[in-house]
Ligand binder design. Structure first.
Ligand SMILES: *Cc1c(COP(=O)(O)O)cnc(C)c1O
Ligand code: SF4
Length: 357
């Protein structure tokens, strides 16, 4: 059996199995025994947790918490609102649309790691929202909508599907004349790097007019290993670029040092930071959320000017009307007829001539 399938079959999803990896605290045990939720991770990702640190940044993403029972700020039926499903346009459940030229195509509700902070928590983790993830229905809709040029295949985690299934989705999308690019959102390079097998590489590789792009999700430098680096290299060798979509998570990556180290380490394994998302107002994840300004402050204080330009993601909040950038805006001081006054990351001031049109 392939190792990635073995990893999934041996998912660390019971208290007994978890105890092999960490010393479970009474609070964690209460979360596990009292919440009605899907949870679990791969043995590989579990082995990256710190045995005696309940504040371990990986552990908080893996182990259910009693705090998930609280919900002061989360929007119920979040996905219906967020993915714009309550509009007049008739779309299959698998198609989420916020933009004219691109859509998100949900093909599965299974994941290798059931992230506690997931904005699709109601669907993927708690499972009290039911949507039909019918691939054929989605493909038909895409075929009929010639304005769609970019399809973002998501889930769940689409790389949980078999090589054949992934090959089928890519082939069918490439057959549609108006599709110019295909994107996959998958956490497997981080939580299950074994998934990038020779077989999958065969599916992804080769020169094609319609490229495949990948975005993964890595939220802390501790999630990056030698195996991550190899998986990303293998994907790149297939002509597939790998970007990162981190989530800003309280107590995990919301301090200057963790935030900087995460972005530096991503580049060290050839992953290009793409987005940092504000943790969305889905129900039961209040405890992961920071003030909205936090992400912009971190880019200002940890990244811009302080480290490699390639390490800079765009900080956005994903809303029902699309992603809204929330970047720091310290740089503009003044403008008059003669000149612009600008500020750099150190607070130093410079001027540039204002050239009339
Ligand atoms: C995030 C998202 C996209 C892709 O947005 P980009 O900014 O192009 O990466 C497309 N459709 C939906 C519904 C999304 O949520
Ligand atoms: S892998 Fe993605 S979809 Fe799955 S639980 Fe994590 S954040 Fe949610």
């Amino acid at each position: 059996m392939e190792e990635w399938i073995e990893q999934l079959q041996n998912s660390v999803n019971t208290l007994e199995k978890l105890k092999k990896y960490i010393n479970v605290t009474p609070e964690e045990e209460e979360g596990i025994t009292t919440l009605n939720t899907k949870w679990g991770t791969t043995p590989y990702f579990a082995s990256l947790m710190e045995r005696d640190n309940p504040n371990c940044p990986i552990r908080k993403q893996v182990v259910p918490s009693v705090k998930e029972k609280e919900n002061r700020y989360g929007i119920p039926n979040y996905l219906i609102w967020k993915e714009n499903r309550a509009t007049d346009e008739v779309r299959p459940d698998s198609i989420a649309r916020q933009y004219y030229d691109r859509i998100a195509f949900t093909v599965t509700d299974m994941c290798a790691n059931y992230c506690r902070h997931c904005f699709r928590k109601e669907l993927v983790v708690d499972r009290d929202l039911k949507l039909r993830m019918d691939v054929e229905e989605g493909l038909d809709w895409i075929r009929e909508h010639e304005e769609i040029r970019d399809v973002l295949v998501t889930g769940g985690d689409p790389f949980i599907l078999s090589d054949d299934r992934i090959e089928y989705i890519i082939r069918k999308l490439r057959e549609i004349p108006h599709i110019e690019m295909i994107r996959f959102g998958t956490r497997t390079p981080i939580v299950l790097p074994h998934r990038i097998t020779q077989g999958l590489m065969k599916v992804l590789s080769g020169y094609h007019k319609v490229p495949v792009w990948i975005n993964t999700q890595c939220n802390h430098a501790n999630e990056i290993t030698e195996q991550t680096a190899q998986a990303v290299y293998d994907l790149l060798s297939c002509g597939v670029n790998v970007g990162n979509q981190a989530v800003l998570l309280k107590g995990i990556n919301d301090d200057v040092e963790s935030f900087k180290k995460l972005h530096q380490k991503l580049l060290a394994v050839r992953i290009r930071p793409y987005y940092v998302f504000y943790c969305e107002p889905a129900p039961g994840i209040d405890h992961f959320r920071t003030p909205v300004e936090k992400g912009a402050e971190l880019i200002r204080d940890a990244l811009r000017g302080h480290t490699t330009g390639l390490a800079q993601p765009m900080y956005v909040i994903a809303t029902n009307i699309g992603k809204i950038p929330l970047m720091p805006d310290y740089y503009f001081v003044d403008k008059n007829e003669k000149e612009y006054t600008l500020r750099n990351y150190k607070g130093e001031i410079t001027t540039l001539p204002n050239i009339p049109e």
